[in-house]
Design a binder for this molecule. Sequence first.
Ligand SMILES: NC(=O)C1=CN([C@@H]2O[C@H](COP(=O)(O)OP(=O)(O)OC[C@H]3O[C@@H](n4cnc5c(N)ncnc54)[C@H](O)[C@@H]3O)[C@@H](O)[C@H]2O)C=CC1
Ligand SMILES: O=C(O)/C=C/C=C(\O)C(=O)O
Length: 490
Amino acid sequence: MTTVKTEVKEVGLYINGEYVPSSDGETFEVTNPANQELIARVSEATEEDVDRACRAARDAFENGPWRKMPIEERAAKLRKMADIILERKEEIARNDAMDVGKPYEATLNGEVARAAHNIRFFADFAEKQGAEAYPMGEEYINYTRYEPVGVAALITPWNVPFMLTTWKLGPCLAAGNTAVIKPAENTPLSVSLLGEIAKEAGIPDGVVNVVQGKGSVVGNALTTHPEVDLVSFTGSTATAKHIMESGASTLKKVSFELGGKAANIIFEDADLEKAIPGSIRAAFFNSGQVCLAGSRILVQRSILDEFLEKFKQAAQAMKVGDPQEKGTDMGPLVSEDHYKKVTSYFEVAKQEGAQLISGGKRPELPEKLSEGFYLEPTIYVHEDPKARICQEEIFGPVVTIIPFDTEEEALEIANDTQYGLNGVVWTENLKRAHRISHGVRAGTIWVNCWFVRDLRAPFGGFKKSGIGREGGEHSMAFFTEAKNICIALN
Ligand SMILES: NC(=O)C1=CN([C@@H]2O[C@H](COP(=O)(O)OP(=O)(O)OC[C@H]3O[C@@H](n4cnc5c(N)ncnc54)[C@H](O)[C@@H]3O)[C@@H](O)[C@H]2O)C=CC1
Ligand SMILES: O=C(O)/C=C/C=C(\O)C(=O)O
């Protein structure tokens, strides 16, 4: 299959159960990063449109049936939503392949399947969740209720648009809140479908709204809006700081899942048969545009040469190309701006004296992909963990290998970062695995694996990688207010 030539899609805002144009009729264009073809014109929300979406969500929350609906009924509608996502999985994956440039096959069977699971998981979780009771002898009893907070703004990034939005929408809706979603402006297509999917599942109008446009305008209008009670955000640390400031005057509750620069630590006793493919995935999955990417590979010096040779061979065997084509491992970067940001680090690496092992340039590709933002998987070695390429989130297919000698040194380098989202350890020594897992200051540590997700487990970052945790009861705690009721028994 070759890159699918589509007619240009017209995408509206989704407010109060219907697609609508923006109030001033303005649209913005979306292009395919695989070939720069125009793929969509999207209504660009004005502050007035954001206001309408927030008021619709408020009205659905206060006056609609959603928050008071018995949990069995609400959960059944969410399970229906999950079913519809699976029925429409080809369309959703095709949309992500078109505007993000994600390999279609992997998205279809990975992220879209996970998106349906996100919704179903929180429907089941909320249905089974109990609450506490605290008897005070025979005189009083306290019991707790978990009530929805209100209107949630769900602001999501371009790297995993559909899956990450459902990861927030599932618990948000299961708890009985209403939502205004804002996807990233360069990847609006798959998320634009969520309003109509919710409606088809029987979820009342106004419960799920989608507004489109720039973060500085539409995102800002949402995070300052008086009707928005809470903001769940995944994206850059810089934007999270803006959101915190802009939400301060209306005292919004916030949950932030932000950037990372994970250490992927390979000890001399690691099983390289697993560590090499695992590290390749951690480095180059989604073209390295993943907050969890293992972009600093710390390798024990005694196995450095062997690791480098095998890792280089595996990286060079990856198929970079058309994301719509079967067998593609790595598509393009998401946009020209992002391509410029990522490639600017090639100059930084040169100036910092890093040793280029592989990549660092565009691959040779067929003519039809000549306009796309492709890069070869790129590997550097650098001895200085303080170098910019070892410290800054490049968010592309670029990794730096940093040699170390001792366990203590590995830990010191791993923790020498402003981020703390995750870490990865490869060793066959169980005690060492525990020691390193305890020592690395990050929210998730994967031992002899990477990006294995259990939706019940806490997920989020230490340090500048976030505030709060998502997952199971942690998501439910964010999307609910706990209320204690104390009853006199006499
Ligand atoms: N999952 C992650 O951790 C992600 C990390 N990043 C990092 O951030 C860098 C920059 O990427 P961007 O697309 O600029 O990320 P970003 O943080 O600006 O964008 C994420 C979302 O926030 C929205 N947004 C932007 N400014 C806003 C504001 N003032 N108020 C409310 N919402 C706002 C955007 O429209 C988008 O929906 C990347 O190179 C990467 O290093 C980017 C995307 C995801
Ligand atoms: O698995 C999750 O819940 C979150 C994944 C997050 C990313 O892939 C990201 O933000 O890059």
